[in-house]
Design a protein around this ligand. Sequence first.
Ligand code: 5RP
Length: 223
Amino acid sequence: MTQDELKALVGQAALKYVVPGEIVGVGTGSTVNKFIDALVTIKDQIKGAVSSSEASTVRLKALGIPVFDSNEVESLSVYIDGADEIDHQGHMVKGGGAALTREKIVAAQSKQFVCIADESKLVDALGAFPLPVEVIPMATARVMRQFAAMGGTAAVRLKDGQPLVTDNGQHIVDVKGLKITDPVAFETAVSQWPGVVTVGVFALQKAQVCLLGTAQGVKTLNF
Ligand code: 5RP
């Protein structure tokens, strides 16, 4: 099976975690796009979605799924999202699609995080994928120096030759060469650096379930 087919498989499998009559939390990315495509088939059974990005909002609305502002919803039963890496404890690196801040917000308001991913995303330790960090532009150079002091190499993410601007009007730095041995401690520490909006380690908001697309079918990992 191709990676695209594996993504479609887990996108479809995630439907069974959607609670009828409720609002579902929807993440961002190519795997989530497959989930959104599958969600259309049961759209009459749900109230709608809270979305983690402008891109997912556009896709949901285009398919006739109502999108609610996260402030209108106190809590969600489930949040479905992809990951750039997930370890065997459910800790993740996210933000490859630059939506990490809103993803962490929607994850925080959800009782259960269901990660959907193809098997290439499962890792023994986080850190091979360049770690996305959303920063306030004024703090970029300082944050990059702090990562350099930890042994990492940070670069500002570009789009069309200019710093990419997130849905929140901020920039992203991607950090290579980090060894994230204690994801909770790492997330806790970096989140407190001045100018860091969101670090792409999701350990405090980790997954409870991962639906992993493999050549043998969908494997369910519970954490
Ligand atoms: C977006 C994310 C995505 O979940 C992550 O990048 C995985 O994307 P894809 O499903 O396209 O591989 O964190 O900010």
